[in-house]
Design a protein around this ligand. Structure first.
Ligand code: SAH
Length: 340
């Protein structure tokens, strides 16, 4: 049995050929799934009963069950979804004045080992399929009876370590006949898998690339993010310059400020030097404390000084609003949960 949402339209057409059906059947199925949002094959009333039975034997339509839903004081909602195989993942819904934004997970667990992130320290289980990525959005839309306008791949997992499924999901999220969310409203955040950044630049999708930079020297970055031992800052920034050249899209650099670690003016000066001349934007994140974590948030004063220094020296920087921290839904606070 296969999850029907794991197929792109082209793949579903191929599937139909394999089971001796006409490729246009794939278009009908896709309309039922994504435009009418039906939850079972029996509701696909323009398909013959015999064909529906055949589909039921080969495929399933999975709607996530909500294991838990928490609401933060600022209205941010965190969902714990129950997957079919006994695992569970977290997804966060945020409301902004311009619409709803969802933070999706891309893997069950994460291999990257960033010291400041709660997704570290729990074993990696597996990649999410493209259907499981899509279903996070569809399940939240169903539950809240809303349409989501922004998707960020900033939940659990390293999206570029699950490259094929994530790229397929992005194409479907963007497809007017599937979820119809503009590519410019989709952001993918990476800890810096350099070869995959070069590959993504070739995909011809206009999504936003966010880079978790967080430090300005290799020594400092390696101490926070082991991935820097494999791809150092210079290699990472070279890949970013290539990305901008190919896509003409502005890169967003994430920089989580931790007290007495990476938040003083020398850091800001080095950051300006590193990013000078690049089409980019810096998103400053007051680091969120995690259980047993060694980093604590910078003071508001330091955060604002840091931002002002960047802005005064030609680098556009903003401070990310902190949403959902009272329910552990803020950046870096999501964990892989097992069902008991
Ligand atoms: N693996 C991807 C996406 C997930 S995290 C990545 O590394 O980019 C989304 C963002 O939250 C990343 O920039 C990540 O570095 C940041 N983050 C992780 N832990 C954090 C914490 N404790 N406080 C603030 N930001 C954190």
């Amino acid at each position: 049995m296969k999850n029907i949402k794991d197929y792109s339209l082209e793949e579903l057409k191929e599937e139909m050929k394999k089971i001796n059906e006409k490729p246009f059947r794939a278009v009908q199925i896709s309309e039922w799934l994504y435009q009418n949002r039906v939850s079972n094959f029996d509701d696909m009333t323009n398909l013959s009963i015999a064909f529906r039975e055949k589909l039921k034997e080969l495929y399933y339509i999975k709607e996530f069950k909500i294991q838990k839903k928490q609401v933060a004081s600022d209205g941010t909602k965190k969902y714990l979804f129950d997957l079919l195989d006994g695992n569970a993942i977290e997804t966060v819904l945020m409301e902004y004045h311009h619409g709803y934004s969802i933070c999706v997970s891309s893997q069950i667990g994460c291999k990257m080992g960033c010291k400041f992130c709660a997704s570290t320290g729990i074993p990696f289980v597996r990649n999410l399929t493209s259907g499981e990525i899509l279903e996070q959005i569809m399940a939240v839309e169903r539950d809240e009876n809303i349409r989501i306008s922004n998707v960020v791949f900033m939940g659990i997992g390293e999206p570029l370590d699950n490259y094929d499924n994530v790229v397929k999901a992005i194409k479907m999220i963007n497809d007017p006949k599937v979820l119809n969310i503009g590519a410019r409203h989709i952001s993918i955040s990476t800890s810096g898998l350099v070869p995959k950044i070069y590959k993504l630049a070739e995909e011809n999708i206009q999504c936003t690339l966010s880079i978790s930079l967080h430090a300005t020297t290799d020594e400092q970055r390696s101490s926070m993010m082991p991935v820097n031992n494999t791809y150092n800052i210079e290699e990472l920034l070279q890949a970013c310059r290539d990305y901008v050249e190919k896509t003409h899209r502005r890169i967003s650099f994430e920089y989580a400020l931790a007290k007495e670690n990476n938040d003083n003016l020398d850091d800001a000066k080095r950051l300006v030097k590193l990013l000078k001349g690049m089409l980019c934007h810096v998103n400053l994140i007051p680091i969120n404390k995690i259980e047993n974590g060694e980093y604590t948030k910078s003071t508001n004063e330091n955060i604002m000084k840091f931002r002002d220094y960047l802005n005064e020296h030609g680098i556009v920087a903003t401070i990310r609003r902190e949403l959902g921290s009272d329910i552990d839904a803020a950046c870096g606070q999501l964990r892989r949960k097992n069902l008991n």
